[in-house]
Design a protein around this ligand. Structure first.
Ligand code: SF4
Ligand code: SF4
Length: 278
């Protein structure tokens, strides 16, 4: 079973929930799919045993063969190519590696070359299998990194995936591979707005979802009412407490700093497991 912990908005406490769930689920493995800014290692201090480079195709032009017809640039939907007089400009950061420009070139002047966009690290942490992705700075999309991470997930082990914040392509990829999507939010108008975007993504992908309200307080009704309207259950609330924030800032997982939270998180996991098994 794969549980993806996501959040429409950054800074809602997604990693707090994901790391604690992973610690209490027996035989769990953990995937940090926030490849632009992985931070679960700060809580788990993993030992990395394997590093796998992740590459992506980038076009390369043979100017000897090129007739500067512009067909490649016309085809490219991502503006990664521009043909100006006798020059073909390539912007590798914009390329999504579809290979279309190679296919449409009438002179076979366009070739594919691989370029490294990041890496996947695999190791162990606190007795768990630990996988994390790292996207190189300025690279636009973590999708390939996330696919590579998920390709190394061991079959048969419960998997907790910490997704990136937001609802961009990488998050869509992460949720699409999940059996359940746990959405962590905060009871603010921004939190609600971005939560509903994430609820839409999960619904569109046909992945069942539930909500955790972090920093719960007087404004929870904002989230409760919207979730009720959308038919998404609020499965857990975590109060707004300075001690929880302090433990987080010291790199302590919720269930390590406050073992009394084990029961509530276990109940949350059991609820998800029963729902998925149904
Ligand atoms: S399609 Fe081929 S020949 Fe035409 S401009 Fe592009 S690389 Fe050159
Ligand atoms: S591979 Fe696709 S995205 Fe990349 S430059 Fe060619 S057409 Fe554009």
């Amino acid at each position: 079973m794969i549980i993806t912990v996501a959040s429409g908005k950054g800074g809602t406490g997604k990693t707090t929930i994901a790391t604690s769930l992973a610690l209490l689920v027996p035989r769990a493995q953990f995937v940090d799919a926030d490849a632009e800014e992985p931070n679960a290692h700060l809580f788990f201090h993993p030992t990395i045993e394997q590093t796998i480079p992740v590459e992506m195709m980038a076009p390369e032009v043979d100017l000897e063969s090129c007739i500067f017809c512009g067909k490649c640039a016309e085809f490219c939907q991502f503006n990664a190519l521009a043909v100006i007089k006798d020059k073909v400009l390539v912007f590798p950061e914009l390329c999504h590696g579809c290979g279309g420009c190679v296919l449409v070139c009438p002179e076979r002047a366009m070739r594919e070359k691989q370029r490294k966009i990041g890496e996947v690290e695999i190791g162990t942490a606190k007795g768990m299998r630990f996988i994390q992705g790292r996207l190189k700075p300025a690279e636009p999309s973590a999708v390939r990194i996330i696919r590579e991470e998920m390709a190394h997930v061991s079959d048969g082990l419960p998997t907790i995936v910490d997704a990136a914040p937001g609802t961009a392509c990488g998050v869509v990829e992460t949720i699409s591979q999940a059996d359940f999507c746990l959405l962590v939010t905060e009871p603010t108008p921004f939190g609600l707005h971005d939560l509903m975007m994430a609820v839409d993504v999960a619904a569109e992908l046909g992945v069942p979802a539930g909500v955790v309200i972090n920093r719960s307080g007087a404004r929870d009704r904002l989230i409760d009412e919207a979730c009720e309207k959308r038919g998404v259950a609020v499965l857990l609330t975590v109060p707004f407490q300075r001690t929880i924030a302090e433990a987080y800032s010291r790199g302590k997982c919720l269930v390590e700093a406050f073992p009394e939270w084990r029961k509530a998180l276990q109940k949350l996991f059991d609820h998800i497991q029963q729902g998925v098994a149904r």
